[in-house]
Design a protein around this ligand. Structure first.
Ligand code: ZN
Length: 267
């Protein structure tokens, strides 16, 4: 990676449904620093209160708030909401309903990007997502060598999945589709201890991962789950990571739509 090119960083916050103090505080931490946050909304579960809050935030700070779709209702089927053996027709209906709600609710403020819950999907999900004309598909990129070798095999074969596992095509079109893929590569969560409880990675672990990633890819996206930043130690961790990132002079903060525009304009 050219050392003069700045690494682009974005933050995707998943599981947006009810309006909670954690949702508001995590958003405020980023926007108060002038950093954009991308909220992945569960269309079936978002409340009127959250819709009103998100719309107001977007109106006040259009460049710092981004609104995308996180599946339909976040329910568990065969494997996640969309993976395993779940049938095409069911997936298509859920995604279509979700996209229609997002469009009706947020209008042009909805950026048509789909985040599949739990990173699970199958080939029928891709068929449905492609037909529904999402611009961006967001899953996960893993920086480990073994996984990157696996990705390279998938790339040679032109596949989006191999043996049911995701092949990251980060910053490229998902094979056989018009959907651009922008994957997240860093999570704060180390281990779930319950729905609202988890052990998080340390600042050192997160910055170490970031430093490896920025040598591999020009866009590094963090995945956030606001409900888990529910105690001081987890809020402090988040602000410490932001301090570290903001101290690096070869880092710039963007949102997904800007990345999409930049990488697809010449295609
Ligand atoms: Zn989720």
């Amino acid at each position: 990676m050219n050392r003069f090119i700045k690494t682009k960083v974005c933050f995707r916050n998943d599981d947006v449904n009810i309006l909670t103090p954690e949702l508001v505080s995590l958003t405020n931490i980023l926007i108060n620093r002038g950093i954009s946050i991308t909220h992945a909304v569960e269309p079936c579960n978002i409340t009127v209160e959250t819709i009103d809050w998100l719309k107001k935030m977007k109106e006040d700070l259009p460049n710092l708030i981004e609104i995308v779709q996180h599946g339909w209702d976040h329910s568990w089927h065969d494997k996640g909401e969309f993976g395993g053996k779940r049938l095409y027709e069911e997936q298509y209906i859920d995604l279509k309903c979700g996209k229609e709600i997002m469009e009706e609710t947020f209008g042009i403020d909805f950026f048509p990007m789909l985040v599949v819950p739990c990173d699970c999907y199958n080939k029928d999900t891709i068929k449905a997502v492609s037909l529904l004309q999402y611009k961006v598909f967001s899953v996960h990129y893993n920086y480990r060598t073994s996984r990157r070798i696996f990705y390279n095999i998938g790339h040679l074969l032109g596949k989006g999945q191999l043996f049911g596992r995701h092949i990251s095509n980060h910053l490229n079109y998902y094979p056989g589709t018009q959907m651009f893929e922008i994957d997240t590569s860093i999570s704060f969560i180390k281990k779930y201890l319950g729905y609202n409880e988890c052990e998080m990675n340390s600042v050192k672990e997160i910055t170490r991962a970031f430093n490896v990633l920025k040598k591999q890819i020009p866009v590094v996206s963090f995945s956030l789950h606001h409900r888990l930043h529910n105690k001081k130690i987890h809020i402090d961790l988040f602000t410490s990571v932001l301090d570290e990132l903001q101290m690096m002079n070869n880092v710039t903060f963007v949102n997904y739509e800007k990345i999409y525009q930049e990488y697809t304009k010449s295609h």
